[in-house]
Ligand binder design. Structure first.
Ligand SMILES: CC(C)(COP(=O)(O)OP(=O)(O)OC[C@H]1O[C@@H](n2cnc3c(N)ncnc32)[C@H](O)[C@@H]1OP(=O)(O)O)[C@@H](O)C(=O)NCCC(=O)NCCS
Length: 168
């Protein structure tokens, strides 16, 4: 059903589009989880052109998730632990109207394939402990909880996550 899902690498002049998508998706998916202030803080912390550019230079792959030729969302993945051969799915965010149609699962499969092709044996991710929909998607795609962690991200804000991992 989702054979038409592709990951298209984000180009240098498209970092603003990634932020635009984040500003559309985050307030909806985190409305009952994070404060408006924390979302605004994290937008600047994670989605400025300089931050994305620095991550890409360090080897993170930013891609648009495209469905039937249209952008459905974005993701980012990269190396996490070169010794244990773990890659990390840093981000996966779909537009509200593109969710629950199998696109997220298809995107996860494509990242697993790409990571396997690059020599990794595991794919890891962090997910907010209250993000039940995402946890459901990751569990359906072979991820299990490894541990939980609270990360101080400054300004009195925390990310309260599960770390999940799948064999690939
Ligand atoms: C989380 C996300 C990537 C999942 O992708 P998706 O395309 O919506 O999920 P799928 O259609 O592939 O569904 C996979 C499973 O998750 C469940 N699921 C996904 N989104 C759901 C939702 N909003 N409500 C209820 N269940 C949901 C599906 O029912 C399905 O379960 P099943 O296999 O038992 O039928 C997507 O919903 C999204 O971008 N959400 C907002 C952003 C977000 O939370 N990102 C994750 C940050 S770590």
């Amino acid at each position: 059903m989702n054979n038409d899902i592709i990951l298209r690498p984000v180009q240098k002049d498209e970092y603003g589009k990634v932020r635009e998508l984040a500003e559309t998706v985050w307030p909806v998916c985190y409305k009952d989880i994070l404060s408006v202030e924390q979302i605004a803080y994290m937008m600047d912390m994670m989605y400025s052109g300089e931050v994305i550019s620095g991550e890409v230079s360090a080897g993170v792959h930013y891609c648009f998730v495209e469905s039937a030729g249209a952008i459905a969302g974005y993701l980012a993945w990269g190396e996490c632990d070169p010794v244990r051969k773990v890659a990390k799915l840093h981000k996966l965010y779909l537009l509200p109207e593109k969710q629950e149609q199998g696109i997220g699962s298809a995107a996860v499969k494509l990242v697993k394939q790409a990571a396997k092709g690059a020599g990794f044996n595991y794919l890891r991710l962090n997910v907010n402990r209250q993000n039940a929909n995402a946890i459901k998607c990751y569990t359906a795609n072979g991820f299990t909880m490894v541990h939980q962690e609270d990360n101080d991200i400054g300004n009195g804000f925390f990310m309260t996550d599960y770390v999940m991992e799948a064999e690939i």
